[in-house]
Design a protein around this ligand. Structure first.
Ligand SMILES: Cc1cc2nc3c(=O)[nH]c(=O)nc-3n(C[C@H](O)[C@H](O)[C@H](O)COP(=O)(O)OP(=O)(O)OC[C@H]3O[C@@H](n4cnc5c(N)ncnc54)[C@H](O)[C@@H]3O)c2cc1C
Length: 364
């Protein structure tokens, strides 16, 4: 039977942190046993009692569950560094972002499958040491089915619950993706294999401005539908700077009966040349006014970065107000820009000008 818990928060406290702040208020009127069941029902955190104080820690959860209960959510993407020093620096970055309670952090899989071992090790370490929900990316590039099975066996053994199942880009120097002998041709096939053999919560990539190799936007959408039919429960979008493109894409996806949540991916610009390279590769466009503003600041790294933070903040607020479920940040392993944006949004509850200080938890 469904039970409903309403948690009163003093006005002005942003609802994103209610799992922490709400708990300190709950003992006034909700018995502990019910608090525990209310929160475990949300799947968002675990309760601990320490020195008479209730605390929530965020352990590994299924992202589909978090998305169904958490609004808005924030998630952060990182790539595996090349060496041990880089790993330690990355851990410091993630720790800086941890107080923002990301719904999950995602770890990319090196182009060409190059960083396979590092992705897996990092995913396991973040879950174990930082107690954060991890989304491990895996691509089909350069791996046979048996090799991919070994990767997923390893992730499952380590308690990783979420994977982003990707085809991957063609290896450097190759113009087109060629499926490896004994491997998969498309992400859909990988997803279907995962669904048959594992219990992961599966995510897939989507492209508001159409994948660069797609025959047409319509065919790309049809293939996206196949990924969801095969078992993808949520979609993470390629980066974009034009919110109208994302909104139009979500509308087309809904018309095509794709019901999975579409997480918008934003990349705060920190470097003009780098972002120009990225958009050329992934087929996103830079709106003319943003391009002009970046060009004016070319050569002044600090000014470009400030513009990047301001623009991504505007984008994020606009997206949330227009109904996006949350924001996925491509951090490029640098925490300051993402930290500034999310902290500012949380401090201002910027997505809900009418926020009343109430939040409801539904137990299924
Ligand atoms: C959120 C996100 C995270 C990413 N993370 C990584 C990462 O960690 N590592 C990495 O190397 N790359 C990553 N990428 C890049 C990604 O690997 C590339 O964009 C890749 O070219 C496509 O992968 P996909 O899973 O979307 O492929 P697919 O969904 O298989 O689609 C690839 C192309 O094939 C077409 N297609 C699909 N099915 C069929 C079919 N049955 N018949 C004909 N055509 C078909 C699609 O329309 C599309 O054009 C990421 C991309 C995104 C958006």
């Amino acid at each position: 039977m469904a039970s409903r818990y309403t948690i009163e928060l003093p006005s002005g406290i942003f609802d994103r942190s209610d799992n922490v702040l709400g708990l300190h208020l709950m003992p006034l009127w909700v018995p502990l046993s019910e608090q525990v069941s209310a929160h475990s029902a949300t799947g968002l955190g675990r309760l601990r009692r320490r020195r008479d104080e209730l605390q929530v820690t965020y352990g590994t959860v299924r992202i589909s569950h978090a998305l169904a209960t958490m609004r808005p959510f924030f998630s952060f993407e990182f790539f595996p560094p090349r060496d041990d020093d880089g790993v330690e620096r990355l851990f410091s970055s993630i720790e800086t972002l941890r107080p923002l309670h990301p719904a999950f952090v995602s770890i990319t899989y090196g182009a060409g499958g190059s960083s396979r071992a590092r992705t897996i090790e990092l995913a396991k370490r973040i879950a174990r040491e930082l107690d954060l929900t991890v989304l491990a990316h895996v691509t089909c590039v350069g791996s046979t089915r048996a090799e991919l099975r070994a990767v997923f066996d390893d992730l499952a053994r380590a308690g990783i619950e979420n994977v982003l199942a990707l085809r991957g880009d063609p290896p450097r120097g190759e113009a087109a993706f060629t499926p490896p002998a004994g491997g998969f041709s498309y992400a859909t096939e990988l997803i279907a294999m995962l669904k048959r053999n594992y219990d992961f919560c599966i995510g897939a990539a989507c492209y508001p401005q159409t994948h660069v190799e797609a025959e047409s936007p319509q065919r790309d959408l049809e293939h996206l539908h196949e990924k969801v039919d095969a078992g993808a429960e949520f979609l993470v979008s390629q980066l974009f700077f034009d919110n109208d493109a994302y909104m139009a894409f979500v509308e087309r996806a809904r018309e095509a009966r794709i019901g999975a949540p579409v997480l918008p991916g934003l990349m705060p610009v920190t470097n003009y040349d780098q972002i120009t390279r990225f958009v050329a590769m992934c087929g996103a466009t830079i709106p003319p006014k943003l391009k002009a503003a970046m060009e004016q600041r070319r050569g002044d790294e600090r000014a470009v970065e400030d513009l990047g933070v301001a623009y991504a903040s505007m984008q994020a607020v606009d997206l949330l107000r227009r109904g996006a479920p949350g924001i996925h940040f491509y951090t490029l392993n640098r925490s300051p820009a993402t930290r500034a944006i999310v902290s500012g949004m949380l401090a201002a509850s910027a997505w809900r000008p009418d926020f009343s200080g109430r939040r409801e938890f539904m137990a299924p």
